[in-house]
Design a protein around this ligand. Structure first.
Ligand code: HEM
Length: 509
């Protein structure tokens, strides 16, 4: 039997804060709380995360909000977040939006409760799919998908049209995970409208988010019917994909789907059940593209607004890749400055913007806030990443040098958490970083990025974050991707390429 992350199950079901936090009265809440309604006045149902940031700024590093009969505690101060990272006293809490995804993703890796044995089983079976060797095998497929993007952008640019950044990044990242993980082609770049898989996925994510903001799910009856149809579509698509593989002769060269179908747990010999495979495929198709597409989109937004940063990043690409027509796997991790651009974009807009932690025992958070076993809180990463005590008074300013190795070394631990924390941190982190760095490198090398001066960043929320309506005008660079000799890398580019670490055993925060 596979192990679980926490041993025994914590209490199930929604736990309102008053049951778990004996000294809740010491945690501030918004003014003008109303009986029955709580703190919902002025709340915007389509941007709950940005609402929470507003309250965070107003109320400080720990605060609470009540929506109807349910009360939540939010945390963003670095000291508190660092204490919550202690895996001996806290673990992932599956609640709110994540629990709302259980009807479609069940005990798949992202939505599994800590006590469900399928979490450890799937983690152990799938983690090698994110090893250095596996990533190197995905690299040529990532390049092939990126080429479809640049073909499309070349055509748009030749026709003097601005490109739809979030739309095209979503096509790119969906095709990348579908191809590398499952040998599947959704044909996204050949379609004018998003693939129905994307439409169904967005529907399901949006519904899961909306469920958090209504007092009774019955109020969303019509939306619930649409959600049933969306889930049925997602299931059908995945079942076809699995069936194709089962009947194909060649298999997928050890891709994620092969691992799901063929690999037994190295110690117990257990395999994933057919139902669990379905849930994992949906999990990876969704988790494997939605957040990376947002991260790439925010990075392109900032690059277009900071020509000095774009010029420095482009100079690095030219220097490190030289006249190599097709960058090799090892040449991607050497783009240290491009990686800093990504980190800084993920600092300001971590595209999975919160994670929840629950107490494994009765404990006291940061020595001040008692919590009973099973009590939980939501860590707001966009606020954590703007904590002025760590990031300074200019925390809102985009500055990739915050991720200069020296700055990273001297910063408080656990101040940067776009990948979550501990055993349940993102398994796809190295995958996302490799894909996004490669794509940014290719785009910087090929195009000048022209921002629309009238565009003001608006962020849409569907559990993940995305810049809304971002379009860029591109110009093909003259003589790009050719004839620049590869020179010696600058000193800070010589750090060894880090091995992807298992998020559990390498604890790679
Ligand atoms: C920029 C891109 C990404 C970001 C910001 C991101 C962020 C996160 C975060 C914050 C968590 C932890 C959630 C929690 O504690 O509740 C997580 C978990 C997860 N991510 Fe990612 N992710 C990204 C890309 C990916 C990719 C590319 C994949 C797959 C190829 C992936 C697969 C997963 C899975 C399966 C989990 C659940 C892990 C577990 O609980 O064992 N993610 N991710």
């Amino acid at each position: 039997m596979a192990r679980t992350t926490t041993g025994t199950a914590a209490p199930r079901g929604f736990r309102s804060a008053e049951h778990g936090w004996p000294e809740l009265h010491r945690i501030p809440h918004p003014p003008r709380r109303l009986p029955l309604l709580g703190d919902v006045l002025g709340a915007n149902r389509s941007t709950p995360l940005q609402d929470s940031l507003k309250f965070g700024r107003m109320l400080g590093p720990i605060y609470r909000r009540k929506a109807f009969n349910r009360e939540f505690v939010f945390v963003w101060g670095t000291e508190l977040a660092a204490d919550l990272a202690d895996e001996t006293r806290f673990a992932k809490h599956v609640g709110l939006g994540i629990a709302n995804l259980r009807p479609v993703a069940g005990d798949g890796l992202f939505t599994a409760y800590n006590h469900e044995p399928n979490w450890q089983l799937a983690h152990d079976v799938l983690a090698p799919g994110f090893s250095r060797e596996a990533m190197a095998a995905y690299h040529p497929m990532m390049l092939a998908v990126a080429e479809r993007l640049t073909d499309h952008w070349d055509r748009e640019t030749a026709a003097d049209r601005a490109v739809d950044v979030p739309g095209d990044m979503t096509k790119l990242t969906l095709e990348t995970i579908a191809r590398t993980g499952f040998g599947h082609d959704f044909g996204s770049f050949e379609r004018d409208r998003p693939h129905p898989f994307i439409t169904a996925m967005v529907g399901t994510l949006t519904y899961a988010q909306r469920l958090n903001t209504v007092p009774w799910p019955g109020l969303l009856r019509e939306a619930a019917r649409r959600n049933e149809a969306d889930m049925a579509y997602l299931n059908r698509t995945v079942d076809e994909l699995v069936q194709e593989r089962r009947t194909a002769s060649g298999g997928g060269d050890g891709d994620l789907l092969d691992r799901m179908l063929e690999t037994a747990h190295p110690e117990t010999g257990e395999r994933l059940s057919a139902q669990n495979v379905r849930r994992q495929v949906i999990t990876f198709l969704v988790a494997g593209h939605e957040t990376t597409s947002g991260a790439l989109s925010f990075a392109l937004h900032y690059l277009s607004r900071h020509p000095d940063v774009a010029a420095r990043a482009r100079a690095e690409v030219d220097r490190v890749w030289g006249d190599t027509a097709v960058p090799g796997y090892d040449q991607v991790a050497k783009l240290r400055y491009v990686r800093r651009v990504l980190d800084e974009s993920l600092r300001l807009w971590p595209t999975a913007p919160a994670f929840a932690r629950e107490a494994l025992e009765d404990t006291v958070l940061a020595g001040r806030h008692p919590m009973r076993r099973g009590a939980w809180t939501l860590v707001l990463t966009p606020m954590l990443h703007r904590d002025p005590e760590v990031w300074g008074a200019d925390a809102e300013r985009f500055d990739p040098d915050r991720f200069d190795p020296k700055a990273v070394r001297t910063r408080a631990p656990h101040a940067f958490k776009p990948w979550g924390t501990g055993a349940r941190a993102c398994i796809g982190r190295q995958f996302a970083l490799h894909e996004a760095t490669l794509v940014l490198g290719l785009l910087l090398r090929r195009y000048e990025l022209g921002a629309d001066p009238d565009y003001r960043l608006r962020v849409t929320e569907r559990l993940t974050l995305m810049p809304e309506g971002l379009r860029l005008r591109l110009k093909r660079r003259q003589g790009s991707a050719t004839a620049r000799p590869a020179t010696a890398p600058a000193a800070d580019e010589e750090a060894p390429v880090s091995e992807p670490r298992c998020p559990v055993h390498g604890a790679g925060d």
